[in-house]
Design a protein around this ligand. Structure first.
Ligand code: SF4
Ligand code: SF4
Length: 218
């Protein structure tokens, strides 16, 4: 674009176009500020109305991108809810009714874990034969990269990704070695965190049981 064309398109500031340019800039700044002021006022309006998340002890607050106001929460008294598929560290599931741990210590999760931070010791019976449950199950949380592969590959839906993320500690050796006892959570806990995945897994499990029953009676 030569100088004449640039002048015609208003890309060069001259005495002729400086006025309209300044007016355009002022209009843009005013429009931007009006958006900021609108959100500022509606944030206080939400606080006065007691919208959840603005007060201490409220349930985790979910903010839709189109929501007006409330662009911050008073952490740690209030928290933003994490998405259902959020993942941090793995946990092991046990059945609510029977207390049975789902894990069979098959070792697949340990094999697929990219940084190799899972260690499993299988239980042995008095005769030395293996029993399909873990005697020990350790995850080094200082190494875990939250990839979720362990949960993806577990054939027994025994290991799942947790939402808890406030696990900061001043000691990085023993505290971050998560042992079986601290990894165990009931299935109902997982169902609450991941209702969509849980429903799909339950439907699949029930369908498989039905198929097995039909095969047995055929
Ligand atoms: S958590 Fe799953 S994959 Fe890992 S050892 Fe237990 S049953 Fe196998
Ligand atoms: S989330 Fe990834 S890194 Fe962490 S234990 Fe599971 S497989 Fe390993």
């Amino acid at each position: 674009m030569n100088d004449d064309e640039a002048r015609r398109h208003g890309r060069v500031i001259t005495d002729d176009n400086v006025g309209p340019l300044l007016v355009g800039m002022a209009r843009g700044i005013a429009q931007g500020l009006s958006v900021t002021i609108r959100h500022f006022i509606s944030t206080f309006r939400d606080s006065w109305r007691g919208v959840p998340g603005t007060s201490a002890g409220a349930e985790p607050f979910t903010q839709h991108p189109r929501d007006e106001g409330l662009f911050t929460v008073s952490y740690p008294e209030a928290r933003l809810a994490v998405p259902e598929n959020f993942r941090y560290l793995p946990v092991l599931l046990f059945d609510d009714d029977t207390n049975k741990i789902r894990c069979t210590s098959c070792g697949i999760c340990a094999k697929v874990c990219p940084p190799q931070c899972i260690w499993i010791v299988r239980t042995s019976g008095p005769d030395g034969k293996p029993i399909p449950e873990p005697a020990a199950f350790t995850i080094d949380a200082s190494i875990c990269m939250s990839c979720g592969y362990c949960a993806e590959y577990c054939p027994f839906d025994a290991i799942k990704m947790d939402h808890r993320y406030e696990l900061a500690t001043t000691e990085r050796k023993q505290t971050l070695l998560h042992e079986k006892e601290s990894l165990l959570v009931p299935v109902s806990y997982y169902a609450k965190l991941h209702p969509t995945d849980f429903a799909a897994e339950e439907a699949e499990r029930l369908a498989k049981e039905q198929k097995d029953r039909e095969k047995a009676t055929a």
